[in-house]
Design a protein around this ligand. Structure first.
Ligand SMILES: Nc1ncnc2c1ncn2[C@@H]1O[C@H](COP(=O)(O)OP(=O)(O)OP(=O)(O)O)[C@@H](O)[C@H]1O
Ligand SMILES: [Mg+2]
Length: 333
């Protein structure tokens, strides 16, 4: 990984008593929100339409100015910064993607670096490494947005937000416009990317399952961005703060818990000396293993280090252990 991409690690964002009143509105759109978003983490804001997610997010990069309260990034009060300069330090991905239709992909991605006065060759190199990072072929640089699929355009949107290597990224329903399969793929790619770049990411969605998958922490919001619960996905599933939060979890809470638990974090039993057992890789989740057990009619599966029949067997997982994991016993994440 070139140093320029991993160059600037995430910074902590802190909101203290942040309120936004739009002119002429009786109720504030956001009321007295306080939260700490730790450096290098993905924090997901989830809540119903109109609850104030976008308003809260846009106050961080000052596309919207707070009515009162303070926001700091890396300890610096953002209201003391020059707004344009500040906005360039924050990557921003919006639901509608917002690529310039008449500019080639390379010019869409390179827009901000160019504006920052980077040399032409440095911009070109940056565009090339970002295309690779988000998994697009190098020759897509010369294409126009309309020549890409929706999912590919989303990836360009992410590449553009990363262009000037910001410590903070704001992502407002970034994968909302794609079909479920593409969305799952983009989510996985994004999580892989984030393991490398370790930015501080504020991620907005109204899909709680997406929040569970993407978030290191989730803030479940009520109207006016009032925080109902702010915790890790595991903790929220294990103990929702109230009925409001529980209503987001919905049905299948136990299965959702198992979907967060990787086999590598579960204590495996020794492999039994019988042939023909179903096999599953250690990167899979306990939920995947349960699905395999149900599909194969077997109450034990072999866990392997890699795909394929000659992959090393690391141990076995029994249905009993899965049931313990649902009860919160077997995991040691
Ligand atoms: N410019 C504005 N002037 C007045 N009211 C506004 C303005 N922008 C947003 N609002 C109101 O503020 C509230 C919060 O809006 P916001 O866009 O933050 O919601 P959201 O949680 O992002 O919703 P969605 O999930 O639908 O995108 C809403 O009631 C909205 O109508
Ligand atoms: Mg919104």
């Amino acid at each position: 990984m070139p140093e320029s991409i991993t160059g600037r690690p995430g910074e902590t964002i802190e909101l203290t008593d942040v309120t936004k009143r739009y002119p002429g509105q009786a109720e504030p759109a956001v009321e007295a929100v306080s939260m700490v978003i730790p450096a290098g983490e993905v924090v997901v804001l989830v809540g119903p339409s109109g609850c104030g997610k976008t308003t809260t997010m846009k106050m961080i990069n000052r596309l919207i100015e707070p009515t009162s309260g303070t926001i700091t990034i890396g300890g610096t009060d953002v209201l003391t910064l020059d707004p344009d300069q500040h906005r360039r330090d924050i990557g921003y991905v919006i639901q509608q993607i917002g690529l310039f239709p008449h500019k080639r992909i390379e010019d869409n991605i390179g827009l901000l670096p160019k504006r920052l006065g980077w040399s032409r060759s440095r911009v070109r190199a940056r565009v090339a490494e970002l295309l690779e990072l988000v998994g697009l072929p190098a020759d897509y640089a010369r294409r126009y947005p309309r020549e890409l699929s929706g999912g590919q355009q989303q990836r360009v949107g992410v590449a553009r937000a990363l262009a000037a290597d910001p410590p903070v990224m704001l992502m407002d329903e970034p994968f909302g416009a794609t079909d479920p399969i593409t969305r799952d793929h983009l989510q996985n790619e994004f999580l892989r990317l984030q393991r490398e770049v370790r930015k501080t990411i504020v991620f907005v969605t109204h899909d709680f399952d997406e929040a569970l998958k993407m978030g290191d922490r989730i803030a479940v919001l009520r109207p006016r961005s009032v925080i109902a619960q702010y915790d890790t996905p595991e903790a929220i599933l294990a103990a929702p703060a109230d009925d409001y939060v529980a209503s987001f979890i919905g049905a299948g809470g136990q299965l959702k818990k198992l979907a967060l638990l990787r086999l590598r974090d579960v204590e495996l039993a020794p492999a039994p000396r019988v042939g023909g057992l179903p096999r599953i890789v250690v990167d899979a989740t306990v939920r995947d293993a349960l699905d395999l057990m149900l599909g194969e009619g077997s109450d034990v599966v072999l866990v392997t280090g890699d795909f394929g029949d000659d992959a090393e067997v690391l141990g076995s997982l029994h249905l009993q252990t899965v049931m313990g994991a649902a009860a919160g016993k077997a995991g040691n994440p």
